[in-house]
Write a protein that binds this ligand. Structure first.
Ligand code: SAM
Ligand code: CA
Length: 258
């Protein structure tokens, strides 16, 4: 009897142990894939990003580092990712909403063929002009059509002309997060079937999983609900396939399927 009880206890303990260690294993894998280690991130930058970063992108990154709003720039690993993605989808006609000093813009321009195009929009021309001499020196400025001003009216104008529907191969959205859903409503008509829209900052400083009363910077708190809303809307949109990547501050890749 005593033996049976002991064995029963042992079996159940073993079962729980096993379950617990499986849970732990999964958590560990999750943590690794979310790169919650500065050393691992640094390893990626030093091993595979910086050694392959084009000289012009390095120069633009260094100029931007001195700018007071440099926190807005696209990280070097995300720049490398965008450059690769644009080549993988053979993009030619592209769009960028949110240019700042132009790091992601340059990553895009360098990836495009000689006759490739980027319609680039930003409310601020001054910051774009900080990076422009470097973009010109890299020999890719002719691919860029920069429009100063809010993106939404430009998109409305494009959507109004059916000729523009389904004409964009790749679109990168990295601007005012409270407008992403408005952008999506228009971009879904402008991107071609099989084309890609990338929405940036969809993990929003990690705040998407923070409790509502957690301390947050004011701008993080302000845009958080818009990002949460966008993530839900994208996941529920049957016109696209999606893949949310923990690159940079999170980027959701959407592929239009109909
Ligand atoms: N992609 C840029 C890079 O690689 O450095 C970073 C873009 S930054 C995060 C966001 C940009 O969106 C800012 O330069 C800001 O001026 C611009 N922006 C904000 N509201 C906008 C709007 N309504 N239309 C167009 N651009 C806007
Ligand atoms: Ca961004």
């Amino acid at each position: 009897m005593a033996t049976t009880t002991t064995e029963a206890t042992k079996t159940s303990t073993n079962g729980e142990d096993q379950k617990q260690s499986q849970n732990l294993r999964h958590q560990e894998v999750g943590h690794k894939s979310l790169l919650q280690s500065d050393e691992l991130y640094q390893y990626i930058l030093e091993t595979s990003v910086y050694p392959r970063e084009p000289e012009s992108m390095k120069e633009l990154r260094e100029v931007t580092a001195k700018h007071p709003w440099n926190i807005m720039t696209t990280s070097a690993d995300e720049g490398q990712f965008l450059n690769m993605l644009i080549k993988l989808v053979n993009a030619k006609n592209t769009m960028e909403i949110g240019v700042y000093t132009g790091y992601s813009l340059l990553a895009t321009a360098l990836a495009l063929p000689e006759d490739g195009k980027i319609l680039a929009m930003d409310v601020n021309r001054e910051n774009y002009e900080l990076g422009l001499p470097i973009i010109e020196k890299a020999g890719v400025a002719h691919k860029i059509d920069f429009r100063e001003g809010p993106a939404l009216p430009v998109l409305d104008e494009l959507v109004a002309d059916e000729k523009n529907h389904g004409t964009y191969d790749f679109i990168f959205v990295d601007a005012d997060k409270d407008n992403y859903i408005n952008y999506h409503k228009r971009l879904i008509d402008l991107v071609k079937v099989g084309g890609v829209i990338g929405y940036d900052n969809t993990l929003w400083n990690g705040s998407v999983v923070a409790p509502p009363d957690a301390p947050m910077r004011k701008y993080v708190r302000y845009y958080r609900d818009f990002v949460l809303e966008l993530n839900k809307a994208l996941a529920a949109d049957p016109r696209i396939e999606i893949c949310m990547l923990p690159v940079g501050d999170g980027i959701t890749i959407c592929r239009r399927i109909n």
